[in-house]
Ligand binder design. Structure first.
Ligand code: AMP
Length: 223
């Protein structure tokens, strides 16, 4: 099962993707997460990506395509994966189709998670993240039990992501509107897209995603 999660910044792709991937028994491949790790470790990829990420701009297609080609060929991803944050441009989508076709594979389904932009800006400006497990919390919704530390890592204080500040958020939406939103048409044309409204609790949205995915019996997550 090769699943793509598509949607605007802050819609909950990471949170839901983690859960879907666990239910499917496949790895979650988050390109944003891979880039943030690379930045944190000061690798050549991190040095190249950092300036773009800090400005809320997309990293170059060829860099991202190379990264995904490599990651999806690793042993744990051979039988499938959940992609979060890739593809983000039509070129990336075409490259993904091409590299999977070389392996006799294809994207089985694209789940498009969406809510209105105003809600998203509010969510992003209150978003906090655990630096250890990357779990996301939100001042407007689910906060940790003690308000400060990750529920799963009680010694770890939550932090704001560097690109969740206002002007960077605005730029990320601009990139989304101009470069990523056309993928809705791209995957509608191929018949792979299923739309899900991302409003409600984390559990409610997860159920909606499961229902959408479950329209294909092969794809039903088990938990
Ligand atoms: P995310 O965690 O998915 O919100 O991604 C954070 C940042 O990483 C984005 O704002 C981009 O700068 C970069 N990024 C992640 N995935 C991609 C991608 N597929 N193409 C280009 N840039 C990306």
């Amino acid at each position: 099962m090769r699943l793509v999660l598509l949607g605007p910044p802050g819609v909950g792709k990471g949170t839901q993707g983690r859960r879907l991937a666990a239910a499917l028994g496949r790895p979650l491949i988050s390109t944003g997460e891979i880039l943030r790790e690379a930045v944190a470790h000061g690798t050549p990829l991190g040095l190249e990506a950092r300036r773009q990420m800090d400005a809320g701009r997309l990293v170059a297609d060829d860099v991202m395509i190379g990264l995904v080609r490599e990651r999806t060929s690793e042993a744990d991803a051979r039988e499938g994966f959940v992609l979060d944050g890739f593809p983000r441009t039509v070129s990336q989508a075409e490259a993904l189709d091409g590299l999977l076709a070389e392996r006799g594979q294809r994207v089985d389904m694209v789940l498009y998670l969406w809510v209105g932009e105003q809600d998203l800006v509010r969510r992003l400006s209150g978003r906090l993240e655990c630096p250890v497990c990357k779990r996301a919390y939100n001042a407007a919704g689910a906060m940790p039990r003690d308000g400060v530390h990750c529920d799963d890592h009680p010694g770890t204080e939550l932090r704001t992501r560097a690109d969740d500040v206002e002007d960077v958020v605005r730029q990320r939406f601009e990139e989304y509107r101009t470069k990523t939103a056309p993928l809705v048409d791209y995957y509608t044309a191929t018949g792979q897209l299923r739309s899900v409204l991302g409003r409600g609790s984390v559990d409610e949205v997860y159920e909606a995603l499961r229902r959408a995915a479950g329209r294909d019996p092969q794809a039903t997550p088990t938990t």
